[in-house]
Write a protein that binds this ligand. Structure first.
Ligand SMILES: [Zn+2]
Length: 172
């Protein structure tokens, strides 16, 4: 179980283990930023640790990009096709869409020099990907429903399930 750490500006900074959260709390560096809390049993008492903590003092941190991976792109896009918007579990021809019905699309096709980057890749359903083929979206008469971006925080590697109390800060 982990805790989301926010900067004083409410920007997410990182996902930290409970022990580090306690240490920040004991040193008076943070305030609670969520109602939800975790419990940790100590020698004599149980400590409550808010699921989201906010630093009292703003820290200037150079932003490190989240590591690109196929799986991370699917998670960023929440298994939603960037062209037609069909989602995991939606029905298509009477059948529910499964994870395997989604493919990784390169906006600028690989064959034309497109790279594995956050901005050039997105989740697409198999039929949209097939229809797009080796073309750019506009050449295929298709539109991106959103602009693929670098995820704001590298929470993807920390946990595949994002607690509700984090969502307001992570814009997911
Ligand atoms: Zn589609």
């Amino acid at each position: 179980m982990t805790v989301l750490l926010l900067n004083a500006s409410y920007e997410p900074l990182s996902v930290i283990p409970k022990r580090r959260a306690i240490s920040l709390m004991l040193r008076g560096r943070v305030d609670a930023a969520s109602e939800e809390s975790l419990h940790m049993r100590g020698a004599s008492s149980t400590v409550q640790i808010p699921r989201v903590l906010r630093l009292r003092k703003y820290v200037n941190v150079p932003r490190r990009g989240a590591r690109w991976s196929r799986r991370a792109v699917f998670q960023r896009d929440n298994y939603t096709c960037i062209y037609c918007g069909i989602m995991l579990g939606d029905l298509k021809k009477g059948k529910a869409m499964t994870r395997t019905a989604f493919t990784l699309d390169h906006i600028l096709p690989k064959s034309r020099g497109g790279r594995n980057t956050w901005g050039n890749t997105a989740c697409a359903c198999a039929s949209c990907n097939q229809r797009k083929d080796n073309k750019l979206p506009n050449e295929a008469g298709m539109k991106l429903l959103w602009e693929p971006k670098i995820p704001r925080v590298n929470y993807l590697i920390a946990s595949s399930e994002v607690p509700d109390s984090w969502k307001v800060y992570l814009e997911v």
